[in-house]
Write a protein that binds this ligand. Structure first.
Ligand code: SAH
Length: 280
């Protein structure tokens, strides 16, 4: 699991002496023990060190989080997500590293979590559904990859990390400086592929790197910006929330670009934060 070990930084080294204490059996040790037993380490030191790290990781999920993620993926499967590459990416990326420490214990529940500035990191089931929709595009079906992806709305960078495992290149745009910086720190040293983060207005897309085989947005406006439609490659697909007056709220819009134009479908109600203009 290269992403787990490379990206993961064990937290809470400060409590390490607690673990050591136990290795040497000074705690609750019987008063008189044969000298030979005291000389023999009771457990390998590496084992004790691993245990100490596990005890002090945020919410106790640090090194055990693979099991919690596996359960999250089981739930996604049971909910009907059948796209194997997407499920595999959810197994790999440690969502608890992309939320604030105080919320780490909730990281694998199927809920949106606050990331400050009135914004939220989307629910895993919604992210999985959107990524699975991208994988049904003509471009993904013929190449088995998402190719080059434009993500609007980096937030804390969780979906960008998932995308980087599924695409050949990802460019992600966030309009709020503090969130862009947060994503940068979450993704520092991220080992997977070509992942670029930009602080800017995602409504404009990013023409210098266009065309994109896939475009995905995690904030919804009243329309789909023309820049996104223009920067989408033929055979490619865009998935984004958008306000729909007849539906009385946001719907998820899927746009396929063909050689002759754009074909749009609306695939159900969703609830995302608003897409705003300009950067701040
Ligand atoms: N995908 C993110 C969650 C995104 S939350 C994750 O996985 O963590 C939605 C984000 O969209 C917010 O951070 C908000 O600041 C951003 N946003 C809203 N309008 C935007 C715009 N025009 N350009 C770029 N980002 C925008």
């Amino acid at each position: 699991q290269p992403f787990v070990s490379k990206h993961g930084k064990p937290a809470g080294g400060a409590r390490f002496p607690l673990g050591l204490d136990r290795v040497h059996g000074t705690r609750n040790a019987p008063a008189a023990r044969p000298a030979t037993e005291l000389l023999r380490p009771q457990r390998p030191l590496a084992h004790a060190a691993r245990e100490a790290l596990r005890q002090t990781a945020p919410g106790g999920i640090g090194l055990d989080s693979a099991a919690v993620r596996a359960r999250m993926v089981q739930r996604l499967r049971a909910d009907g997500v059948a796209c194997e590459p997407v499920l595999h990416a959810f197994l790999q990326v440690e969502r608890h590293r992309f939320v604030d420490t105080a919320l780490a214990t909730q990281a694998y529940e199927d809920t949106a979590l606050p990331i400050g500035h009135g914004q939220t990191i989307s629910k895993p089931s919604v992210v999985a559904r959107m990524l699975a929709l991208l994988f049904e595009s003509e471009a993904a079906r013929t190449s088995g990859s998402l190719g080059r992806v434009l993500e609007i709305d980096t937030g804390y960078g969780y979906q960008a990390a998932l995308l980087s495992l599924l695409a050949r290149g990802v460019l992600s745009i966030e309009r709020l400086g503090p969130l862009h910086e947060k994503a940068r720190s979450h993704l520092q040293g991220w080992p997977a592929g070509d992942l670029r983060l930009i602080h800017g207005d995602g409504r404009l897309g990013h023409a210098p790197w266009a065309p994109y085989q896939h475009i995905v947005a995690a904030a919804g406006g009243d329309d789909l910006p023309q820049a996104w439609l223009d920067q989408l490659a033929p055979g490619g697909r865009l998935v984004a929330p958008m306000h729909d007056a007849t539906a009385g709220g946001q719907v998820l819009v899927v746009v396929d670009r063909t050689d002759s134009g754009w074909r749009e479908q609306r695939v159900g109600a969703v609830h995302f934060v608003p897409l705003k203009s300009g950067r701040a």
